[in-house]
Design a protein around this ligand. Sequence first.
Ligand SMILES: C[S@@+](CC[C@H](N)C(=O)[O-])C[C@H]1O[C@@H](n2cnc3c(N)ncnc32)[C@H](O)[C@@H]1O
Length: 303
Amino acid sequence: MEETKPTPAPPLFSFSNPSGSFGFGFGAAPGPPPPPPPPAVEVLLSEESPIAAGNLEPVVVDDSLSIYKGRVNTSDVFGVKNSDLVPGKYEGGLKLWEGSLDLVKTLNSDIKDDRLLIEGKHILELGCGHGLPGIYAALKGAGLVHFQDFNAEVLRCLTIPNVKANLFKESSQGTFTSRSVGFYAGDWGEIDKLLLRGDAVQDKTTNLQTENEGYRGYDIILMAETVYALDSLPSLYRLIKKCLHYPSGVVYMAGKKHYFGVGGGTRQFLRLVTEDGALQSDLLAEVTDGSSNVREVWKFSFK
Ligand SMILES: C[S@@+](CC[C@H](N)C(=O)[O-])C[C@H]1O[C@@H](n2cnc3c(N)ncnc32)[C@H](O)[C@@H]1O
């Protein structure tokens, strides 16, 4: 039988600002400070929202792999129209950002070139939104994948349906089970205890980790387009250091060099990492398509 070619992905870039800068829906005037973050919660696989059902689109990774993603309307979920994000309320997870695919492609080439082994590894995707990098890791044999987003609704409307569509299809040959995934909502400054406990619980149920009674940390942390807001960089970095397995854990980060208008960027995050001195940084990929902001993929590992 002839092999079916995967359908090309629809354009990933849906910035409201055509210059390619980060198109925040802030509005011009400075508003009141953002509300305090909602408490961190675990979201169960069974809490899937029906909103995203039936809207699956393929995203092409390479000739042999496409990942399926849903699509939902921001106004249906958050009552916010045409807005990339509203700080403290909705942090952009309903949209698929370019960095997600940069990250998946970098992981894909690192695996192909034997620079990365994912099989059996414990993975955490921070700021997951659609969760494509975490789903990719699961498809490549990860032992456990945890998805984190600021908004529980993003997990319910998009991440969980995407996970189900790609990992728990009837035709799926994989060994991935509902025990191998976890979903966590909350602010990076507050979610460490929930994540650490989640990984320890999963360790016991899946018997993936026996040499150490306690929590061992994630082997690989993935994140795409999470370093746009200067304010949240310190809590993001602290969370990574708490959750990453020492000494072998690695972080893959995709993002833009600068997020114009909001002050963050990969280089601002890198400055924190360098000042702290615990992690080594390696630039894995630079994407300059001539029309948008320079994007990068970095890898961090303990020195
Ligand atoms: C621009 S979206 C990127 C989504 C996805 N990674 C992608 O590339 O398509 C930023 C993500 O970071 C998360 N995020 C932003 N600030 C956060 C914070 N302070 N605490 C927890 N999550 C946060 C959001 O929930 C969202 O999923």
